[in-house]
Design a protein around this ligand. Structure first.
Ligand code: COA
Length: 414
C-alpha cells in the first residue's frame, strides 16, 4: 500500500484493553463498622463501595501480566515491539517489571521493555510515547501496562481509598476503541501532596492539599490544551478523570465547568462522568491504572452507543504533573471489548473479613535473601511463587491447585 493511502486509513490510538483486579476485596461497610465511621462518608463523601485487596502472592507484575493476557487476545504477539510498564509500586529499583511480563507472555525477543514512573500519570506519558512510536514505525505496536497497589496504612484517613489492579492496552495504528487526538495540555509543578520514600511501604499524603493541587493542575492543563488548539468544551460528550476516589471526578468536572465558563451546566455533570466511575467505585485507587479503568468502565458500561463521541481525559500524578487530552470513540468499539469477562472478574470476588484483610495487608516478603515459597491464593493466570537469593520467581498458577481444604484463609478461622 502507498504511504499516503496507508496514512488515510491509519487510526492511532487504543486497539484493545484488558483489566485485572485481585480476587479478594473488602466491602467498605465492614471497614466503616470496624473504624467507627458512618458508611455515608465512604459511599457518598468519597464515592467508594468496595476496595480490592491484593493477595500475598500477587504484585504489580502478576496483575499487569494478567491484564495483558486479556488485552492481547486476538493481537499478533509478534507485532509487539515495545512493552511499557507504568507503575509507582515497582518491585525492583533496577530491573523493569516489563521484562518479567515479557517473559510470562512469551513476547518476541526483538522488543524493547521499560518501566516508567511519575506517580499516577506515567501511564499517560507512556500512551503518548507509544503514539509517537506509531508515527515513526506504523506497523509496530506497543503493549502498555498500568499496574499499581494503593496503600495508606491501617486506620489512616487514606485507608478507604486503597485498592489495586491493572489495565493493559495495545496502542497501535489499528485503533478499534479510541483514536487519540494529537493535542495535549500539560502542567508540572514541584509540590509535596503525595510521595513514598524508598524506605516506606505506605504513601505519605496530604489528602486535602492533593485535591487542591489536582484541581489546579486540571485548570492549567485544560488551558494549555485550549491554547494548543484542542477541541472546544461543548464538543465533549464524556469525561474521564484520574480517580483516587470516585467523588474526585465530580469535584474535577464541576471545576472544569467553571474553568470553561459553563455556568448552570451542573445538571449535565453526572451523565458525562458516571459510567466512568462504576469500576473504580468497586476497586478503589489503582494509581497509574485509575484513569484507564475509568475509560474502560465508560466504554463497557455506558448505556449509550458512544461511537463517534469525543471524550476528554485528565491524568493527574501527585508531585505533580497533569495532562489533559482527548480522543474519539471508534464506530463498532463494542465488538472489541471484554465486558462480560470484566464483570465476572468484579462480581466473583471473595469478600474478606476485617481480620483477613489486615492479615493480607500485613503479610511481608523476606528481605534477607532467605528462600520463601508463597501460599497459593485465588488469582489470575500468573502468580508470584516465591523468592530465592533475592530473586522474585513468577510462574503460571495452573499447576498450583487451590481447593477449599488448602485455602490459606482456613488458618484464619474460615
Ligand atoms: N455522609 C456523607 N458524606 C460525609 C459524611 C457522611 N456521614 N461524613 C463526611 N462526609 C463527606 C465530607 O463532607 C467530605 O465531603 P467534601 O469533600 O465534599 O467536603 C467527604 O465526605 C470526605 O470527608 P473528609 O472529612 O474530608 O475525609 P478525610 O479527612 O477522611 O479525607 C480523603 C478524605 C479522600 C482526603 C482521604 O481519604 C485521602 O487523603 N485519601 C487519599 C487521596 C489520594 O490518594 N490523593 C493523592 C492522589 S491524587
Amino acid at each position: 500500500m502507498l504511504s499516503t493511502e496507508r496514512s488515510s486509513v491509519m487510526k492511532a490510538g487504543i486497539e484493545s484493553m484488558g483489566m485485572y483486579v485481585p480476587r479478594y476485596a473488602l466491602d467498605l461497610r465492614e471497614l466503616a463498622v470496624a473504624r467507627g465511621v458512618d458508611y455515608g462518608k465512604y459511599r457518598q463523601g468519597i464515592g467508594q463501595e468496595i476496595m480490592a485487596v491484593p493477595a500475598p502472592d500477587e504484585d504489580v507484575v502478576t496483575m499487569g501480566a494478567n491484564a495483558a493476557l486479556r488485552a492481547l487476545e486476538g493481537v499478533d504477539r509478534d507485532s509487539i515491539r515495545t512493552v511499557i510498564f507504568a507503575t509507582e509500586s515497582g518491585v525492583d529499583q533496577s530491573k523493569a517489571a516489563a521484562i518479567y511480563v515479557h517473559r510470562l507472555l512469551d513476547l518476541p525477543p526483538r522488543c524493547r521493555s521499560v518501566e516508567m514512573k511519575q506517580a499516577c500519570c506515567s501511564s499517560t506519558s507512556a500512551l503518548h510515547f507509544a503514539l509517537a512510536s506509531c508515527a515513526l514505525q506504523p506497523e509496530h505496536k506497543t503493549l502498555l501496562i498500568a499496574s499499581d497497589i494503593a496503600r495508606y496504612g491501617l486506620g489512616s484517613a487514606g485507608e478507604p481509598t486503597q485498592g489495586g489492579g491493572a489495565v493493559a492496552m495495545v496502542v497501535s495504528t489499528e485503533a478499534k476503541l479510541l483514536q487519540i487526538d494529537p493535542v495535549v495540555g500539560y502542567y508540572t509543578s514541584d509540590v509535596m501532596d503525595f510521595w513514598r520514600p524508598n524506605y516506606l511501604d505506605e504513601a505519605l499524603v496530604d489528602g486535602k492539599y492533593s485535591i487542591k493541587v489536582y484541581k489546579q493542575a486540571l485548570e492549567q492543563a485544560w488551558q494549555h490544551y485550549v491554547e494548543e488548539g484542542g477541541h472546544a468544551f461543548s464538543s465533549f460528550e464524556r469525561f474521564c478523570y484520574h480517580m483516587p476516589f470516585t467523588r474526585m471526578a465530580e469535584k474535577a468536572q464541576s471545576h472544569l465547568l467553571r474553568c470553561a465558563g459553563k455556568c448552570g451546566g451542573e445538571e449535565k455533570l453526572l451523565p458525562m462522568i458516571q459510567s466512568a466511575q462504576r469500576y473504580n467505585r468497586e476497586v478503589g485507587n489503582c494509581y497509574t491504572a485509575s484513569l484507564y479503568m475509568g475509560l474502560l468502565s465508560m466504554l463497557e458500561q455506558d448505556p449509550a452507543d458512544l461511537s463517534g463521541s469525543r471524550v476528554g481525559l485528565f491524568s493527574y500524578g501527585s508531585g505533580c504533573m497533569g495532562a489533559f487530552f482527548s480522543g474519539q470513540v471508534l464506530p463498532g468499539y463494542r465488538d472489541f471489548l471484554n465486558t462480560q469477562a470484566h464483570l465476572d472478574l468484579l462480581n466473583e470476588r471473595e469478600m474478606l473479613s476485617i481480620a483477613e484483610y489486615e492479615h493480607f495487608y500485613q503479610s511481608r516478603l523476606c528481605e534477607d535473601g532467605t528462600a520463601q515459597e508463597l501460599e497459593v491464593y485465588a488469582g489470575g493466570a500468573f502468580r508470584l511463587q516465591g523468592l530465592r537469593d533475592h530473586m522474585r520467581l513468577y510462574g503460571e498458577r495452573q499447576n498450583s491447585l487451590l481447593t477449599e481444604l488448602e485455602s490459606p484463609l482456613l488458618s484464619l478461622g474460615r
